[in-house]
Design a protein around this ligand. Structure first.
Ligand SMILES: Cc1cc2nc3c(=O)[nH]c(=O)nc-3n(C[C@H](O)[C@H](O)[C@H](O)COP(=O)(O)O)c2cc1C
Length: 212
């Protein structure tokens, strides 16, 4: 392998594909990309049409401008001809995270429906047995959603509900977000100090008997 090919392969291993779909919790996707950039990782971001709408409603943010500022490579869901559509493009990457992952996108992946670049790329990751993490926010989950989640899990994907813990004494919303983002990075085998891991937690109880 020549030097140029080696460098390209090393770069790809420091690339994470991020899918953002139109579920609540767009902030998790935003913070994941920010954390990866801070840790020296590149991101290729695939945005669904609905994600852009939900981002406006939830965060009053334009996702294209935001991710451009993070130096991400950005694709829209209808760019089906874009590089992540090809399994050879993704094979060297670190993995793919869809965060947040809507129930619609979960259903498409579970049933092999590659209707846009987001579900097509996720199916590619499963086909080549690369790490795929779906961060679903929906609650409660009905039988259909649970069956779809099981299908993806059986196919090798990881279903990660966006459910922050409380054992690490969170001091506010930021701590709860960082817990979820830290868990995503753990699953990508990227060491991080975004939350206090279980073995480092010391007793510092949150006031469970107070309402504010
Ligand atoms: C403000 C808002 C919040 C939403 N939250 C969720 C959610 O948490 N989970 C979900 O599955 N769908 C949610 N939806 C509905 C999805 O946007 C909708 O099902 C959409 O078709 C998903 O498309 P996508 O997966 O291509 O992004 C929400 C929609 C809006 C407008």
């Amino acid at each position: 392998m020549d030097k140029e090919t080696r460098t390209e392969s090393r770069d790809k291993k420091r690339t994470v594909v991020i899918g953002i779909s139109g579920a609540s919790g767009i902030i998790y996707g935003i913070r994941t990309v920010k954390a990866l950039k801070e840790l020296g990782y590149k991101t290729e971001v695939i945005l669904s049409k609905e994600a852009k709408k939900v981002a406006k409603i939830e965060c009053d943010i334009d996702l294209d401008s935001f991710f451009k500022a993070q130096d991400s490579i950005i694709y829209d869901e209808d760019q089906i001809e874009a590089p992540p559509s090809s399994s050879s493009h993704i094979v060297e990457t670190r993995g793919m995270v869809i965060v947040p992952c809507s129930i619609k996108t979960l259903a498409e992946i579970a049933n092999g429906i590659a209707s846009n670049l987001l579900s097509r790329t996720a199916l590619n990751f499963l086909r080549v047995r690369k790490r795929l993490i779906l961060v679903i926010r929906e609650t409660p989950l009905g039988t259909i959603e649970l069956q779809n989640a099981l299908k993806v899990s059986k196919a090798g994907g990881i279903i990660m509900p966006a459910s922050p813990a409380f054992y690490h004494s969170p001091q506010g919303v930021d701590d709860l977000i960082n817990f979820v983002v830290g868990k995503i990075l753990d699953l990508l085998k990227i060491s991080n100090s975004l939350y206090k891991h279980w073995h480092t937690v010391t007793a510092n109880h949150i006031p469970c008997d107070q309402t504010s």
